[in-house]
Design a protein around this ligand. Structure first.
Ligand code: NAD
Length: 524
């Protein structure tokens, strides 16, 4: 890991707006503030601890709060004064976070659509400006993933997450008057986020939820709290700068399963949005609240006799190695029809794949999986690691650049059955397309999340699409085309596989409201 200031991706975060010397002219009050914050210059260059964890110079919070209030009043006479901008949406307890999101939602509900758009534009801008630091921070904090790919994910979400344009009104008019069906906000949404896309999920969720007029309380994954909370901080900074309220997204300093349960049971939370593994989605669905459940996937990719095999190999490696296989949509196993299996393996090797022998596969099983209380679990130290790191863990060194580990196995092989989230792809041979489809459906395991296929035969493609019944089906492209990355369509990092909404966007976070006006306004 690089030391402070050595990050080789983007420049440091934009930091607090009031820290930008000269940003607001030479106000004497501001200069006092800048001096008080002067210790933060380094913070902006490093992977930050959240500012609330710093001991100095923020201990004099009363004074700072007073000065900040005065400066803000001077600069933004019409906006709500920020209670403590250093915290920007992060609260010591979940209860306080929820209370603040409730206050903010009342303000958000009264914002014009133009102001919501302005805030969202600023969130997009800050996401792009901070894509490098957010990515480096997530890799440093979680030990998972590839910073260059994470950066691409941030840029993608900034460009392609839908905003207010996603929400439309339906009108009926006739002899009896006019009826509008409007999409209104739920209110305050409780969101659980994963460690695999920590800041991406926070930013993407907030854009859609805010566009729909909601505020959101996050309970981030404990292993990714800094990255997630830094995104929350940027969101509120963006809102404040754009003339919106603070606390449009909030979080807590120490998220746990218990704080998650507070969200599940709190009367002020009207909707839950859960992005994570099967356990947390099931827990939320049992809460009695309406929940959007974006659960686990184990996407197989089927390659049939008619596919462009060279292109299929290149696409599969690109998709399966993106962010070291962390995305839930990434290819997790290959099924190849017997006729083309050898050719596919040949091209996979040409695309920087290492074919593990049976002994090495056994070592991988022992390394990447843990057996506890008769249950198999992933070794968290291996999740999101690169192929080279994984090979090193089993004692294999190679001079070639290796992107992915492949091996041949049967459809019940544990490394093919489990959702590994690391660049290891087992390949299963199928005698024909019928058997290939059967195995693909079996390996998807009823998650109803994603399957992928390479084929030029429309009938074969249609059969898999019908039989797999998944939220996503990518054909003849890397899996990440489903996120709008090199594929058409909008971006989302919350794919509601379990509850059926599919890729979520602003409209997913709205409820239907019918407004009826009797006997008027029909001018046909
Ligand atoms: P995880 O399930 O370990 O954690 C997700 C979140 O749930 C964390 O914030 C965790 O603290 C919380 N949590 C777990 N059990 C809980 C419980 N009983 N009560 C309250 N909170 C609980 O998942 P992860 O390792 O962070 O992410 C990887 C998983 O998420 C994979 O299975 C992946 O497929 C899935 N995922 C799905 C999507 C999607 O859009 N469908 C997106 C990203 C990740």
């Amino acid at each position: 890991m690089k030391g402070c200031g050595e990050s080789n991706s983007t420049p440091g975060p934009s930091g607090h707006p009031l820290l930008k010397k000269g940003a607001y002219g030479q106000s004497p009050v501001l200069m006092i503030l800048v001096n008080l914050y002067s210790g933060f210059d380094d913070w902006a260059k490093c992977f930050p601890k959240h500012p609330t964890e710093r001991s100095t110079p923020l201990q004099n919070t009363d004074l700072i709060t007073r000065i900040v209030s005065e400066v803000i009043k001077e600069l933004h006479p019409n906006t709500q004064t920020c209670a403590n901008p250093a915290e920007y949406g992060i609260f010591p307890t979940m209860e306080t976070a929820i209370a603040q999101a409730v206050i903010a939602q009342k303000q958000v509900a009264r914002l014009s659509m133009a102001t919501r758009d302005k805030i969202i534009s600023n969130i997009r801008k800050k996401t792009i400006e901070n894509a490098g630091i957010l990515s480096d921070m997530a890799v440093a904090e979680t030990g998972m993933g590839n910073p260059i790919h994470k950066r691409a994910k941030h840029e993608l979400l900034a460009a392609k997450t839908p905003g207010t344009e996603d929400i439309s009104t339906i009108a009926f008019s006739g002899d009896n008057g006019l009826t509008l069906v409007e999409r209104g906000p739920f209110g305050v949404i409780g969101a659980i986020t994963p460690c695999t896309n920590p800041s991406e999920t926070v930013l993407c969720n907030t854009i859609g939820m805010l566009a729909a007029g909601n505020t959101v309380v996050f309970n981030p994954h404990p292993a990714a709290v800094r990255s997630s909370n830094y995104a929350v901080h940027l969101i509120n900074q963006a809102s404040f700068e754009a003339g919106g309220p603070e606390n449009i997204a909030v979080s807590t300093t120490k998220p746990t399963q218990e704080t998650g349960n507070i969200l599940f049971n709190h009367p002020e939370i009207q909707l839950l949005t859960i992005t994570g593994g099967p356990g947390v989605v099931t827990a939320a669905l049992k809460s009695g609240k309406r929940a959007i459940g974006a659960g686990a996937g184990n996407p197989p990719v089927l390659v049939d006799d008619t596919a462009d095999i060279k292109q299929a190999a290149s696409d599969i490696v690109a998709g399966a190695t993106f962010d070291n296989n962390l995305p839930c949509i990434a290819e997790k196993g290959i099924i190849a029809t017997q006729k083309i299996a050898d050719e596919l393996i040949h091209y996979l090797k040409q695309n920087a794949c290492y074919q593990a022998n049976p002994q090495e596969v056994q070592s991988l099983c022992e390394t990447v999986l843990e057996h506890k209380n008769n249950q198999v679990r992933l070794n968290r130290n291996c999740v999101g690691k690169s192929a080279t790191e994984l090979l090193k863990m089993i004692g294999v060194t190679t001079n070639e650049e290796i992107k992915c580990i492949i091996f041949e196995g049967d459809e019940d092989h544990i490394l093919i059955r489990e959702e590994l989230m690391m660049p290891i792809l087992g390949l299963v041979r199928a005698k024909d397309i019928t058997e290939g489809i059967r195995i693909a459906v079996k390996l998807e395991q009823g998650h109803r999340h994603s399957v992928h296929m390479h084929s030029k035969n429309v009938d074969n493609l249609t059969r898999l699409g019908q039989e797999a019944d998944t939220a996503i089906f990518v054909k003849n492209a890397p899996s990440y085309a489903a996120l709008g990355f090199g594929g058409e369509g909008f971006c989302s990092f919350t794919i509601a596989s379990r509850t059926g909404e599919g890729l979520t966007s602003a409209r997913t976070f709205t409820k239907s409201r019918r407004c009826v006006l009797g006997d008027s306004l029909c001018i046909r």
